[in-house]
Design a protein around this ligand. Structure first.
Ligand SMILES: *Cc1c(COP(=O)(O)O)cnc(C)c1O
Length: 460
C-alpha cells in the first residue's frame, strides 16, 4: 500500500530534485512522508477507512518536492514591502543601492586591504577606510564607526562619562524603536544619568542647576520617533554648547538618524543634518548608518579628535567593531553623497522618500491595470494613502502616497492578507477599514508581476 523508498527515488521528478538539492535531504523527506503514513495505516480501524486511504506515487512526489524546498530555504527571505514605510525596521531598514553591488561582492569574495597599509606594507587599521569620506561630508575632525548607533552611544558614554554623570533632558529620554532605551544604555556604559526638566519643557537653567563636580558631559538626544506635541520647549544644541563652554564640559548629540541632505528642499520637515550639529559645535555626534543615511547597519561617531582617540583606545571598541561588508557598503553609499542628485536618485531610502506624486500615480496606475485584468472577485480602487518614513526617523513624518485598495467579496480580508504574507513572494501589506492596502511607494516595479501572480493564486 505504501510505495517503497527505492521506487520513489527512481522516479524522474525525484532524480531531478536530487540534482539541485542534497540527496540526504530528499531521502529524509521521503522517509518522513512514508513513516507518517505508515503510522496512519496502523491507526486504521474499519474497512471503510482502509478503502479511503491511498498514498499514490504522485502524492509522495508532490509532498517530497514541497518539503525539500521548505527544508532547504533560508530563514532570511526576501519579502515585498507594500506597507509604504520606507525605513521599516522589521523588514531590514535601509536597502543598499544596486549601483554598488560589484563593490560589495568584491569585498566579500576577495582579499582586501581591510587592515593593511598598502603604502607601508604593514599592518593597518580597518577604521581608516571611512574616515576621509565622512570627514569630508560632515566637516568633523575625526570619525569612528561601530556596529550600530546603540553601540556608538554606549562607547561614547563609557569613554567620556564613566564613573561620572551625564545630564539629559527628561523629555528626550524616550524609547527609540522598542529596543533602544537611553537609560539602559547609560547604565551599561557606567555613567550616571541625571534627568532634568519636565517631560514637555526643559530650560537651559535646568541643565545649569544640575551641573556638579561629578558632571562629565551634557547630552542631547534627537527624539525623532516621539515628538511631545503641543506646548514644548527643548534646548538647541547651540545653547547647550555655550553652556558646555562656560563649564568646560563636552556636549554629545545623539542624532539617531543621520541626515546628510537638507530634506526640506524636497517637501519634508526640516531635520537637523549631521553637518549642522558639527557646525553648531557639538563635540561628539552619533547616528545610524541604516536609517536616513540609507547605507548598512552601523553606528557612526563624529567629532573632536581628542575624544575619538580616547574611544579608539577603549577596549569596548574591539567588541563593537564593524564588519568589512559594512565598511564597503557604507563607503560606497557615502561616495554617492558627493553629488546630491546622484544620492537622491540612487540611494533607495532617499529615492523612495522623495518620490514625486507623478511617479507614485504612474506606479499605481500601472499596477492597477495589471490587477484589473485578473477579474478578481473583489472591489479594487486606486486610493490616496499616507506612507511613513519609519525606523525611528521622522515618526510623525507621513508622506502622501498612492495605494491599490482591494476589498475581497467572498473572502475575509485578513485571510487574504495571511495568504499573501505566506505566499512565495511574502507580500507584507496593511489592512485598513476591511481593505487590503498595497502602498506603491515601497514596491519595486520589477515586483509588480509577483504581486499580480500571487493575487491571482490567492483568489482561486
Ligand atoms: C535609532 C536610534 C538609536 C539606535 O540606533 P541603532 O542603529 O538602531 O542602534 C539611538 N538613538 C536614537 C535617537 C535613534 O533614533
Amino acid at each position: 500500500m505504501l510505495p517503497p523508498v527505492d521506487e520513489v527515488l527512481s522516479q524522474k521528478e525525484i532524480e531531478n530534485l536530487i540534482e539541485i538539492y542534497p540527496r540526504s535531504i530528499v531521502l529524509e523527506s521521503i522517509r518522513n512522508i512514508i513513516n507518517k503514513n505508515r503510522q496512519a495505516i496502523v491507526n486504521i480501524k474499519t474497512e471503510e477507512e482502509c478503502e479511503k486511504f491511498s498514498l499514490t506515487m504522485e502524492k509522495v512526489i508532490e509532498e517530497t518536492i514541497k518539503n525539500v524546498k521548505d527544508e532547504y530555504a533560508l530563514s532570511l527571505k526576501k519579502v515585498i514591502n507594500a506597507t509604504g514605510t520606507v525605513i521599516h525596521t522589521n523588514l531590514g531598514r535601509s536597502l543598499i543601492s544596486e549601483k554598488i553591488k560589484d563593490e560589495i561582492w568584491t569585498a566579500a569574495s576577495r582579499y582586501s586591504n581591510l587592515e593593511y597599509d598598502l603604502e607601508k606594507g604593514e599592518r593597518g587599521s580597518r577604521y581608516v577606510h571611512l574616515t576621509d569620506m565622512i570627514k569630508r561630508l560632515t566637516g568633523a575632525e575625526d570619525v569612528l564607526v561601530v556596529n550600530n548607533n546603540a553601540a556608538a552611544v554606549m562607547l561614547v558614554l563609557s569613554t567620556m562619562a564613566k564613573g561620572g554623570e551625564a545630564i539629559v533632558s527628561r523629555g528626550e529620554l524616550v524609547e527609540v524603536g522598542g529596543s533602544f532605551r537611553i537609560p539602559s544604555i547609560m547604565e551599561l556604559s557606567g555613567a550616571d544619568l541625571v534627568e532634568v526638566g519636565a517631560t514637555n519643557k526643559t530650560h537651559l537653567k535646568d541643565y545649569e542647576n544640575a551641573i556638579t563636580e561629578e558632571t562629565k558631559v551634557l547630552m542631547k538626544v534627537h527624539t525623532s520617533n516621539y515628538r511631545i506635541m503641543g506646548f514644548t520647549e527643548s534646548i538647541s544644541v547651540g545653547e547647550l554648547v555655550k553652556l558646555g563652554k562656560k563649564h568646560n564640559l563636552p556636549v554629545i548629540e545623539d542624532l539617531g538618524s543621520g541626515v546628510f541632505i537638507d530634506l526640506s528642499k524636497y517637501g519634508l520637515d526640516y531635520e537637523p543634518t549631521v553637518l549642522d550639529s558639527v557646525k553648531r559645535g557639538a563635540d561628539i555626534v552619533t547616528f545610524s548608518g541604516d536609517k536616513m543615511l540609507g547605507g548598512a547597519q552601523a553606528g557612526i561617531i563624529v567629532g573632536k579628535k581628542e575624544y575619538i582617540s580616547a574611544m579608539k583606545k577603549n577596549q569596548m571598541t574591539r567588541a563593537l567593531r564593524v564588519d568589512k561588508l559594512t565598511i564597503c557598503a557604507l563607503e560606497a553609499t557615502l561616495r554617492m553623497y558627493l553629488d546630491e542628485k546622484n544620492a537622491i536618485e540612487n540611494i533607495p531610502t532617499l529615492k523612495m522618500i522623495t518620490m514625486s506624486m507623478e511617479e507614485l500615480e504612474r506606479k499605481a496606475n500601472s499596477l492597477y491595470t495589471e490587477i484589473e485584468k485578473l477579474n478578481l472577485d473583489a472591489e479594487i480602487h486606486i486610493e490616496d494613502c499616507l506612507s511613513q518614513v519609519g525606523g525611528g526617523s521622522m515618526p510623525l513624518e507621513t508622506m502622501k502616497s498612492k495605494a491599490i485598495a482591494i476589498t475581497p467579496q467572498n473572502m475575509n480580508v485578513s485571510r487574504l492578507e495571511r495568504k499573501l504574507r505566506l505566499s512565495d513572494s511574502h507580500i507584507i501589506a496593511r489592512v485598513y477599514d476591511d481593505k487590503y492596502i498595497l502602498d506603491v511607494r515601497t514596491i519595486f516595479e520589477d515586483e509588480f508581476k509577483d504581486v499580480v501572480d500571487e493575487l491571482k493564486k490567492a483568489f482561486v
